[in-house]
Design a protein around this ligand. Structure first.
Ligand code: ZN
Length: 440
């Protein structure tokens, strides 16, 4: 068993944990009903007044909340307390229209930093660590969320923010930074840049990384661990729910433990909206049960995953979620077949001759969708060795066909010719003019 930040609660027997959840859920429903007009009307319409919540399974009668609901209530319509009690605002940039705005009371911020500290300790961090935060600071919750958790733990924070990789590497070496907070793609890019600048692995004291804000397959993680010689854990969260810290991996890395004393996760079928049986894969729905400023009842995350109630060897009793398989929004529909970019990534990463950078280009030719996978080679000289190049191309093509069940065109490109990203990587280029309407 490793270390814990809040051992008593993290290892609480499940029965006791469920009693605590029910108590918190009753409070949360009442808090929403009494203080937010949107929820008052919704709950009334569904006939679920706070007194009707008697067991945890009564949760299923509460209507869902969606991102569209948050946008409709822009900016503060879903806040449950007066603005004088809100001490921080964050917002996530939507691709369309208004951002989603969230607010925190002092207690919310305190809980947030506790929960981030939990996942940091679960992933191996201690107060002796010096942590470089390479997430962009600002309205985005990633940087300040990790910042608060690291300070709560007592680690030393280096708030580098994103960009200026060369300077970050210099400081990481000179300060003896031991932990890196970044997106997976940026952690990989930093390793590449370090190599180009002539640094050796031994120049750094790095031993841990907490990667987040975009998906990371186990295969990509292995590449990052190898490039830096570190141990990487994954964590999960989103600003609508709090930010990072909603769930995180322990050292066994067999799923991400939820902070179940603060959140209740459920899995639903995104088409029928019915709860799925324990252990089944579907869309993750989360209810916040202690948040004061910006509570959410049954928020549809659009993330596809599965919950695992099996006991974990680490001793934590809180349920684990599998790594997110993809977002129901990111799921690509290619010739009628559902494809998650993570499936493609898991094929590409183990292949030694190619880099961690790839790009998916979707086109519509003669009324048919085509998928082109651009993959960077590690060694430019391979481009001149046609027989080997063709063999590699065939290998990638055949493995993709086996995993995805559809044909694709594989294009091997020069090393470092694809765009690099300091934040979330944009790997999908969809050039299909008329996208298929989602069924509904
Ligand atoms: Zn565990």
């Amino acid at each position: 068993m490793g270390a814990f930040f809040q051992k008593e609660i993290e290892t609480m027997p499940r029965r006791q944990l469920q009693e605590l959840q029910l108590e918190n859920l009753k409070w949360a429903v009442k808090h929403c009903y009494e203080n937010i007009k949107f929820y008052h009307d919704r709950l009334d319409a569904a006939g679920v007044t706070p007194e009707k919540i008697k067991t945890l399974s009564d949760l299923q009668y509460i209507p869902f909340t969606t991102k569209a609901d948050i946008r409709d209530q822009y900016p503060f319509g879903l806040f449950a307390v007066p603005m004088r009690q809100i001490v921080r605002l964050h917002a996530s940039s939507g691709t369309t229209g208004k951002p989603t705005v969230v607010g925190y009371t002092r207690k919310d911020l305190d809980t947030w930093s506790d929960l981030v500290a939990r996942i940091l300790v679960a992933g191996g961090a201690t107060q002796d660590d010096i942590a470089n935060i390479s997430f962009g600071y600002g309205l985005f919750t990633g940087a300040l969320g990790l910042h608060g958790g690291l300070e709560k733990l007592g680690a030393t924070v280096v708030p580098s923010s994103s960009g200026n990789t060369q300077k970050q590497l210099m400081l990481m070496k000179d300060f003896g930074v031991t932990a890196l907070i970044a997106t997976p793609s940026y952690a990989m890019y930093m390793a590449e840049t370090a190599q180009e600048l002539g640094y050796k692995k031994e120049d750094f004291s790095l031993r841990l990384a907490f990667l987040g804000s975009e998906g990371c397959t186990p295969e990509l993680r292995e590449k990052i661990e190898e490039a830096w010689g570190i141990f990487v854990t994954d964590n999960y969260g989103m600003s609508e729910l709090m930010g990072p810290g909603v769930s995180g991996e322990c050292q066994y890395r067999q799923g991400l433990h939820f902070a179940e004393d603060h959140f209740i996760p459920e899995i639903i079928d995104p088409d029928t909206l019915q709860q799925k049986a324990p252990g089944e894969t579907g869309e993750l729905v989360i209810t916040t049960i202690t948040k004061e400023g910006f509570p959410m009842l049954r928020y549809r995350t659009k993330d596809i995953t599965r919950l695992n109630y099996e006991p974990c060897p680490c001793g934590r009793t809180h349920v684990r979620m599998d790594k997110v398989k993809g977002r129901s929004d990111d799921m690509l529909k290619i010739r009628g077949v559902n494809v998650f970019p993570s499936q493609i990534e898991s094929v590409l990463m183990p292949i030694q001759q190619i880099s961690a950078n790839y790009q998916l280009v979707l086109r519509r030719e003669n009324y048919t969708d085509t998928l082109q996978v651009n993959v960077e080679l590690n060694d430019a000289s391979l481009l001149e060795r046609y027989a080997e190049l063709e063999k590699l191309q065939n290998t990638v093509h055949n493995q993709l066909k086996t995993v995805l069940g559809i044909e694709s065109k594989v294009l091997l490109v020069e090393p470092k010719s694809l765009e690099r990203f300091a934040g979330k990587a944009k790997r999908i280029v969809d050039l299909r003019e008329e996208k298929e309407e989602p069924k509904k």
